[in-house]
Design a protein around this ligand. Structure first.
Ligand code: TEU
Ligand code: CA
Length: 535
């Protein structure tokens, strides 16, 4: 495998609205990020993935872009962006931007032209259809078709909110505009893109095909040819519908498409098969570890994995499958060790490195996320109970990951001097960055050490992956083999003690662990116990 700079990199995802507010308006901003670059350097990350900062009316917090060439007012100016990029580069930190090109905002000039003038060249930039339309649904509930103007029998497609009209990728003119825009940012010196729902661009809505449409790879290859080719950048596609085979098509080197993809199969194991994230199901450890192993093996020789538990759309892993009370620290560290010892590029979502947790709300009025809100009202009308819907929102809602970053124990957690746009999690006095950096046994220091291990050991980057049988589905174990060395990674996924059939290990060769005293006989593991040992 040809070496790439992103093979041994660790990426840190920033949701700017919630990261750091520099001017006291309660909303995080670019200057706030620049202020905190030193912190990220201290953590040891190599790359920042910046969620959308482009001009936007914020119907979906920046994922509805009204101008790709401008910065959102509340985040700052293009000068602030240039300064952030420059300061980051000075520290050796790269920045990849979110690229949202499946749809734009209904306030984007292309759509404004398109919607009121059927003869406009921009009409074809969107997916217009005459009624009657099919029953295709939006990810954010309700029909994916919106009639405009009312009574006209003309409909446009929106796979997300109706304020996010879908772009028509069959239009060459539209595609060329997207490529010019990408080159504008790449020429500025950014280091790559995270591509929002990129597996939807080949959609054929009249056949109800959304993910993995027939022309998807063709478009990505054209994009590569016209923008990425010859540039040493990281690209990661968000692909909810990817199988390992599709993942390989996206990321195998000879395909000339992307560096890697985000697949979501491991995060779908706690939902009822064939249903949505809101249709809850208890986690079965075997389901999870089977998927993890499957993706590791799929990219053993070609292609490349991304590794992540959390992002701005998913609940916090420590609350989701760990234990955010009694074993918060142990379980957060266990999930960190499990993930960071795998082959692929790890992504840390802001706050994950200090073990930030989900929040609890009692009423839908306390929720900001458009997906949760739409779901609630849609299903309430369909007869679901308030209680079951609030349970789903509390367990899976996107606000869980979007509460302001907890920097210290002062009012508003050091995020802002004013009431933030989304309330701070009430546990900020106990869980915050200040406390974490001072404590050498913190979750933060485990992340720091894991990042360091990746830097110092090719085994972590390129070692062969091999699952190890433990005769206990609550205990996941795997080996990494590289040039005669072998590391064994052992993780108790459960909140109770577990026995296994693993061989005894030597204390002297423990590389990292989440309990001070590692269970020397690995036959009995403490709750959420995890360690890495050279064998
Ligand atoms: O997410 C894709 C997406 O569909 C998720 O929002 C959703 O949570 C998932 O389908 C499970 O239900 C991307 C962005 O990450 C998200 O923030 C945007 O809202 C969305 O695209 C639209 O741009
Ligand atoms: Ca601000």
């Amino acid at each position: 495998m040809k070496k790439k700079w992103w093979h041994d990199s660790v990426v840190y995802q920033i949701y700017p609205r919630s990261f750091k507010d520099s001017n006291g308006d309660g909303i995080g901003d670019l200057k706030g990020i620049t202020e905190k670059l030193g912190y990220l350097k201290h953590l040891g990350i190599d790359v920042i993935w910046l969620c959308p900062v482009y001009a936007s009316p914020n119907k979906d917090n920046g994922y509805d872009i009204s101008d790709y060439y401008d910065i959102m007012d509340c985040f700052g100016t293009m000068e602030d962006f240039d300064e952030l990029l420059e300061k980051a580069h000075e520290l050796g930190i790269k920045i990849i931007m979110d690229l949202v090109v499946n749809h734009v905002s209904d306030q984007h000039k292309w759509f404004l032209e398109s919607k009121d003038n059927k003869d406009s060249p921009y009409r074809d930039y969107f997916v217009w259809q005459e009624g009657p339309v099919n029953d295709l649904e939006s990810t954010f509930s309700g029909s994916a078709w919106e009639e405009y103007p009312k009574g006209s029998n003309d409909y446009y497609l929106h796979l997300f909110t109706k304020e996010q009209p879908d772009l028509n990728w069959n239009s060459q003119a539209m595609r060329d505009e997207i490529y010019s825009m990408m080159n504008f940012w790449l020429d500025k010196g950014i280091d790559g893109f995270r591509m929002d729902v990129i597996d939807l661009i080949g959609k054929v809505p009249e056949e109800k095909i959304t993910e993995n449409g027939p022309r998807m790879h063709e478009f990505i290859q054209e994009m590569h040819e016209k923008t990425l080719k010859g540039r040493d950048v990281l690209t990661v596609g968000e692909t909810w519908g990817a199988t390992p085979e599709i993942g390989l098509e996206f990321s195998a080197e000879h395909r000339k498409e992307l560096s890697m993809i985000f697949q979501f199969e491991h995060l779908s194991v706690d939902q009822q098969p064939g249903k949505t994230r809101w249709d809850l199901k208890d986690l079965d450890f075997k389901d999870l570890t089977t998927v993890l192993t499957k993706w590791q093996l799929a990219f053993q020789d070609d292609g490349w994995n991304s590794l992540f538990w959390d992002n701005h759309d998913t609940p916090r892993i420590v609350s989701r499958w760990g234990n955010d009370t009694e074993y918060r620290i142990e379980s957060a560290k266990m999930f960190a060790i499990l993930l960071h010892m795998m082959k692929g590029t790890p992504y840390i979502y802001q706050g994950e490195e200090i073990g930030m947790t989900n929040i609890h709300v009692d009423s839908i009025d306390q929720v900001d996320d458009v997906q949760s809100k739409n779901l609630y009202y849609d299903r309430l009308a369909k007869g679901y109970s308030h209680e079951e819907l609030m349970q789903a929102v509390n367990e899976k809602g996107r606000d869980n990951a979007r509460t302001p970053m907890q920097w210290d124990d002062s009012t508003y957690s050091g995020f802002s001097t004013n009431q933030p746009w989304l309330p701070v999690n009430p546990n900020y006095q106990e869980i915050n960055v200040k406390e974490s950096i001072e404590d050498k046994d913190s979750i933060f220091s485990t992340y720091q050490k894991l990042i360091q291990l990746r830097k110092e050991n090719e085994l972590v980057v390129y070692g062969n992956f091999e699952e190890v049988e433990t005769e206990n589905s609550a205990v996941y174990a795997y080996k990494r083999n590289w040039q005669g060395s072998t590391w064994l990674i052992v993780c108790n996924l459960s909140s109770s003690s577990q026995t296994t059939t693993l061989p005894d290990i030597s204390e002297k060769r423990v590389i990292i662990s989440n309990y001070e005293k590692v269970s020397i006989s690995s036959k009995k593991l403490k709750p959420f116990e995890s360690f890495v040992v050279e064998i």
